[in-house]
Design a protein around this ligand. Sequence first.
Ligand code: ATP
Ligand code: MN
Length: 463
Amino acid sequence: MKRKKISGLLSTSQRDIDINVYGWVRTRRDSKGGFSFIEIYDGSCFKGIQIIADSSLPNYEQDIQKLSAGCAVFVQGMLVESLGSGQSVEVQAKKIDVLGFADPEKYPLQKKRHSFEFLRQIAHLRPRTNTFGAVSRVRSALSYAIHSFFQENNFHYIHTPIITGSDCEGAGEMFRVTTLNLEQPPKKNGQVDYSHDFFAKASYLTVSGQLEAEIYALALGNVYTFGPTFRAENSNTSRHLAEFWMVEPEMAFCDLKEDAETAENFLKYIIKHVLINRKDDMEFFNKFIDKSIIEKLENIISSEFIVLSYTEAVKILKSSKFNFSYPVQWGHNLQAEHERYLAQTYCRAPVVLIDFPKEIKPFYMRCNDDNKTVAAMDILFPAIGEIIGGSQREERYDILKNNMIEKKLNLDEYWWYLELREYGTVPHAGFGLGFDRLIQFVTGMGNIRDVIAFARTPKNADF
Ligand code: ATP
Ligand code: MN
C-alpha cells in the first residue's frame, strides 16, 4: 500500500479506510485507558495527524512508549472520524514501526519554544520546527505563484548567468570568482594579472539579471528571470543577505505606466495565491508571528496602489509635522523612515513612487522630458518600505551613451548593451523584486535570515 500524505488524509472525506502514513513524532501522551495518543507530522502541511496506539500492539512497551519528539515512524492503520475535539480524523494504528529514534536527552528540539537566534545555529534541524516548516511551504508556494503569474501572461523564463564579467553596480559590492592562486597571484606591473585567470578577465557573481533579461526581452517580448543574486555589501541588517533571490521581469513595447500596473497585478496575484493555498501556515503566522498579517495582506489585495511622483513625495514629507531623523531634500535618496511614512501614515496603502532625480538612479533608466528626472518606480509597502524597484529603460542610443559617459562607465564593457539600441530598439521596461524581502512581508518574520533555508551573511556561510 502506498504512502499517504497527512495533507491528503486531513482533507479527504473518506472514512474507515486502511492507510499507510509516515512521519515524525511531535508529541506522545499516554492515557490511563491503556493506549497512547501520538501526533505525527510529515511536512506536507502545517497540521499533524493523531495516531491512537493501543497497548495490545506487540511493540507497545518496547517501542511506542519510548516515542518522543523527533522520532520517525511508519504507521499502518485505519483512518477514522475523530471523537475528540481539535481534529476531524485520526488513525487507529494496527502497526507502528519505529524508523529512527531521537534520544530525548540529546535532541535539541524539545517542546519549549526556541529563539530564532538559537535555531540559526542548528540550520540542519530548524526546518523541523513549526515556524520554519511554515516559512518553507510559503516560500515554495510563492515561487510557484511567481512562475504561474508569468507563464499565464505569456512571459518566457530566462536563465541568466550567475557568473558575470561585467561589474554592473560597482566592484566594491561584488564577490569575485577566481581560480588564481591567492597566495601567489600572477602579476603584471605590480597588479594582479587576470589574463591568467579562468575567464582570462576579472569575473564576479552577478548582482542582477536585468541587463541580460533586456537582451531576451528584445527578442522574445516578455521575459523574466528568477534566480540567486549576490552582494558583498557588509550590511549586517535584518533585511540584507549576501545571497538572495530576485524576480526580474522585462517587457518590450512597454512604458513605466504599464510596468507599474504589471507589478501591482503581479503582487496581488501572488499574495492571493498564498492566502488561498497556504491557509494553514498563514493562520500560524497570524497567531504567533504578527497578529495582523492576514489583514495586511488582504489590504494589499483590495487597495488601489497610489502613484506619487518623487517630487510630490518630497513636498508631502517636507510639510509633514513628523520628526524625521534624516532631513528631506530634493535630489537625495529617501530613507526608510520616509518611505514608511508615505505608505503607512500618509497614504495607508501601497505607493508607487515614480520619476526620481536622475543623479540618484542608474545609467539605464529612461530620461524624462524635464531632463531632470528618470522614469523609475519604487513600490513601497506599509510597514516594510521598498519591495520593488523598476524603470523604463533608456532606448535612445545617443542619450544612453551620454549617460554612460556621464556616469563614468567603461563603454567597451557595454558595447553589446549599446548595440541593442542600434538594431531595432523599442521602449521597454521591467522591475526587480527581492524575493526574500517579499517572504518577510508575507510571513511577518522579523529577520531575513529566517526566511531562507541557509542564510549567507557577513562571517557566516557555515550551513
Ligand atoms: P537596499 O537599499 O535595501 O539595500 P537596494 O536599493 O540596494 O536595496 P536594489 O539594488 O534596487 O536594492 O535591488 C532590488 C531589490 O532586491 C530590492 O528592492 C530589495 O528587495 C532586494 N535586495 C537588495 N539588496 C538585498 C540584500 N542584500 N538582501 C536581500 N534583498 C535585497
Ligand atoms: Mn543595497
